[in-house]
Design a protein around this ligand. Structure first.
Ligand code: KIV
Length: 272
């Protein structure tokens, strides 16, 4: 028997906390548009991230820096229209929160008001803590993001594993505590050693979601187009591909082209 829409229990930040408390892992994937978000929500994902990775995946940029607040809101609106159950987190894009906390609050309010999403995510620890607090003070749930923070790629210089050195690992642990104390409802840890991620997940009470951070954390996130194999050039060690959609879709398109050229499509049953 299918569940009526009104009976679907929506995911909340409180439920994520309860999942961590009882040791149930949290599933999270990105989505940027209505059709993919529908599939992901229907499959029962806990959290959908409208990530600024849309800059790479949807727009073809080679970093997350160019995407604008207006573009993020457009993606978030499309995802919100698709969702019955998942909690929706939207990335604050580069340049929309680092300047000062008032600007950060304005950007977060625009996302919440104009898209109808449930929370925002931003990258960094002590450097952005005033912005985190200001957004939280308006009642907007905030997810933190530490480790490899792609908006800082020009500072890092590469997309390699972060926090392998003692100093950077110590700062990451302090930042995780700081974000928890400020009131963040969860943290993403990206591309750091699994032992460090496990340690952080044990040291804070809020859920810690990993990407390339091992399985000692409270949940996992991947970029949807990467795990479906829509993107094919990006192959980091942490990525598990569940499909090879690039090749499958290319095959389908090639068949269509062949059918059109050979007059096989449309056939008698496919016309009026
Ligand atoms: O934008 C994004 O897709 C992300 C994930 C990699 C966590 O921030």
């Amino acid at each position: 028997m299918s569940v009526a829409k009104k009976d679907i229990k929506k995911m909340t930040t409180h439920q994520l906390q309860e999942m961590k408390n009882r040791g149930e892992k949290i599933s999270m994937l990105t989505a940027y548009d209505y059709s993919y978000a529908r599939i992901v929500d229907d499959a029962g994902i806990d959290v959908i991230l409208v990530g600024d990775s849309a800059s790479n995946v949807m727009a073809g940029h080679d970093s997350t820096l160019p995407i604008t607040l207006d573009q993020m809101i457009y993606h978030a609106q499309s995802v919100v229209r698709a969702i019955d159950r998942a909690l929706i987190v939207v990335d604050l894009p580069f340049g929309s929160y680092q300047g000062n906390s008032s600007e950060a609050l304005r950007s977060a309010i625009r996302i919440m008001k104009e898209s109808g999403a449930h929370s925002v995510k931003l990258e960094g620890g002590s450097e952005v803590i005033d912005s985190v607090k200001r957004i939280l003070s308006a009642g907007i749930p905030v997810m933190g993001h530490l480790g490899l923070t792609p908006q800082s790629i020009y500072k890092f210089g590469t997309y390699t594993v972060r926090a392998k050195e003692i100093e950077e690992a110590a700062k990451l642990k302090e930042d995780a505590k700081l974000l928890e104390e400020a009131g963040c409802f969860a943290l993403v840890l990206e591309k750091i050693p699994a032992t460090l991620a496990t340690e952080v997940a044990k040291s804070v009470n809020i859920p810690v979601i990993g990407i390339g951070a091992g399985n000692g954390v409270d949940g996992q996130v991947l970029v949807l187009h990467d795990m479906l194999g829509v993107t094919k050039e990006f192959s980091p060690r942490f990525l598990r591909r569940y499909l090879n959609l690039y090749e499958e879709m290319k095959g389908a398109v090639s068949e269509y082209i062949k059918d059109v050229k050979s007059l096989d499509f449309p056939n008698d049953k496919e016309q009026y």
